[in-house]
Design a protein around this ligand. Structure first.
Ligand code: XMP
Length: 326
């Protein structure tokens, strides 16, 4: 039997009852696969790895070793949320690696978008590998592979890419949600008690804020990006837009423009607001956001984020524009 093929008879998981049944089955399967051995998981805080973590904690508790690598390109509060939910809430065996300095050092001076992506992805594998080598008693590697990964890219998660681990670090894979579609993973996550804002999270690129801090990543612009993004998210939430708009974030370009502050001319940063609606991310439209909401966000960014003198709203649909700027 091809274990990577979803059986035609498999019911779509749409309710808590079906999710509970799936969870019970997987808990039993994982226990029989793993026995008393340890399992390693790269826990990014994204939907898929978070659901796998919660499922495995239920199945094998502290035999699961979660490694959360903070590459310094996370959104505001994201790593803290991972620690709060998994370490404090679920008592997970969680290794937190703050590799901010290391990643920012690696991308220093690099402005080409593809080069940035490659460096961040490659460094992620190296940091994860170094952590994996610290344990000599781990036989299994858990992955948040989901069914579209199998159908679209041979079972390799484009942004996790643990397929890139060296030969001598070969683990047996544990992939409990590999036959599920994204909406089913979310239903299972909710049934496992994960918070809605984690389970319904928007897509977030593997290289994180690195692809939204255009050109060379500098600390000043990265901070402006993180702070403006947090304000945008807070105000979209206040306006009840979090569930109705598919994806939204800010972008900080690598050029400056003139402004006036305290009667003096300054040469400061622009912040671009990007918000899109889409079904499959292949095409996207731009929602008509209430002027008062845009104005509130603009006022807050200009008042609260140092070094920003302009805020723009990107009106471009996909295509010809892509959703991300890089
Ligand atoms: P684009 O910019 O191509 O984005 O219209 C389509 C969707 O994919 C997300 N995206 C990424 N996701 N790694 C990811 O995991 C990446 O490198 C990446 N780049 C874009 C993007 O946020 C949007 O939802």
């Amino acid at each position: 039997m091809d274990t990577n093929k979803r059986p035609d008879s498999m019911a779509r998981i749409t309710t808590k009852e079906l999710a509970d049944q799936f969870i019970d089955e997987q808990v039993a399967l994982v226990r029989s696969q793993v026995g008393d051995k340890k399992v390693l998981l790269a826990l990014s805080g994204g939907v898929d790895s978070s659901v796998v973590a919660a499922l495995l904690i239920k199945a094998i508790g502290k035999q699961l070793v979660c490694v959360h690598v903070n590459h310094g390109l996370m959104r505001k509060g994201e790593s803290e949320q991972v620690i709060k939910i998994f370490k404090d809430g679920l008592d997970a065996n969680l290794v937190y690696v703050d590799a901010t300095e290391r990643f920012l050092g690696k991308v220093k001076g690099v402005s080409d978008p593809e080069q940035k992506r490659k460096i961040i992805g490659g460094e992620f594998i190296r940091v994860f590998e170094e952590e994996a080598r610290k344990f000599d008693d781990i036989d299994f590697l858990a992955q948040g592979t989901i069914y579209p990964d199998i159908i679209e890219s041979d079972g390799v998660k484009a942004h996790h890419n643990v397929g890139g681990l060296p030969e001598d670090l070969q683990f047996e894979l544990v992939e409990p949600v590999k036959l599920l579609y994204k909406d089913e993973v979310r239903v299972v996550g909710k049934a496992l008690g994960l918070p809605e804002n984690m389970v319904d999270r928007q897509p977030f690129p593997g290289p994180g804020l690195g692809v939204r801090c255009l050109g060379e990543i500098t600390r000043e612009r990265l901070e402006a990006l993180r702070e403006s993004d947090a304000i945008l998210r807070e105000e979209f939430d206040n306006a009840g837009l979090t569930k109705s708009v598919w994806q939204f974030f800010t972008v900080v370009p690598d050029f400056r423009s003139t402004g006036v502050r305290d009667g003096k001319r300054v040469f400061d940063l622009p912040v671009i607001i990007r918000a899109v609606n889409t079904v499959d991310a292949m095409t996207a439209t731009v929602p008509e956001i209430e002027w008062s909401v845009l104005k509130k966000i603009t006022d807050r960014i200009l008042a609260e984020v140092p070094g920003v003198c302009r805020v723009l709203y990107d009106l471009s649909p996909k295509g010809p524009a892509t959703i991300e700027w890089e």
